[in-house]
Design a protein around this ligand. Structure first.
Ligand SMILES: [Fe+2]
Length: 242
């Protein structure tokens, strides 16, 4: 795990080991967080901050994203790191330090959002530019952090846990979520996945969860959020009528 310290600046050349069909604990949720973060950054860059009405919805969505990002960090620290350290001994101090850094960064972003929401003066454009830059810097650090988790921590997790144990860790996280929070994460994740990953996730839900959960994810998440052709492909792969 010490290689974490040296790997940050040259993340682009960190060896990326094949998954070889192993359980990918970080992959789907990180894809969802990256996609949503990039979309929000794009919109912040184009937003008309001079007009309070034009940015209210965007600022609410940014708050919601940061709420999910905060919950995600807690899930990793409380469940994944605890399970890993129970098996390997100290292994996650650097990741925990990065999580603490994210918490500070998120607190700062929320303060900027609150100030903007309450600001009807002529300085909104400056405040909007500052929020855009601060969020971009936050995402840059978060992307480097998630890269480390997927290239350094994932192989370690796969070395010390079986796929069944990794799935149990994931279920432990999911079981702590409210239905509303669960759905919010699924809205992030499902559109961000490849067709094969989507089938694995939804096929897994169909095989293990109550039938109404599968129906809810198909009807309230996949159908409205996926392009029609992608939803039709998903339905076909799951062998259900679109
Ligand atoms: Fe993390």
């Amino acid at each position: 795990m010490t290689m974490i310290h040296g790997s940050r600046s040259d993340a682009a050349i960190t060896p990326i080991l094949p998954l070889d069909g192993r359980y990918d604990l970080y992959g789907p949720v990180h894809k969802g967080l990256r996609r949503a973060g990039m979309a929000l950054l794009d919109r912040l860059g184009r937003a008309d901050f001079a007009s309070p009405a034009a940015t209210t919805g965007l600022l609410t969505e940014l708050r919601d994203y940061l709420r999910l990002a905060t919950a995600h960090i807690a899930h990793e620290s409380d469940t994944i790191h605890r399970a890993l350290e129970a098996r390997t001994g100290p292994a996650t101090q650097e990741l925990d330090r990065q999580h603490a850094d994210h918490h500070r960064s998120i607190t700062g972003l929320i303060a900027r959002i609150t100030a903007l929401t309450d600001d009807f003066s002529g300085t909104r454009e400056e405040a909007g530019r500052a929020l855009y830059l601060a969020f971009a810097a936050h995402l840059a650090r978060d992307f480097a952090h998630m890269h480390e988790e997927e290239t350094v921590t994932t192989p370690l997790l796969q070395a010390v846990f079986s796929d069944a144990e990794l799935a149990a860790i994931e279920m432990e996280i999911v079981s702590t979520l409210s239905p509303e929070m669960n759905l919010a994460f699924m809205r992030l994740i499902i559109p961000a996945l490849s067709p094969a990953e989507r089938v694995r996730l939804l096929g897994g839900v169909r095989a293990t969860a109550p039938a109404e959960v599968f129906r809810l994810l198909m009807d309230e998440v996949a159908r409205p959020l996926l392009p029609p052709a992608d939803f039709a492909d998903l339905a076909l792969r799951l062998q259900i009528a679109a």
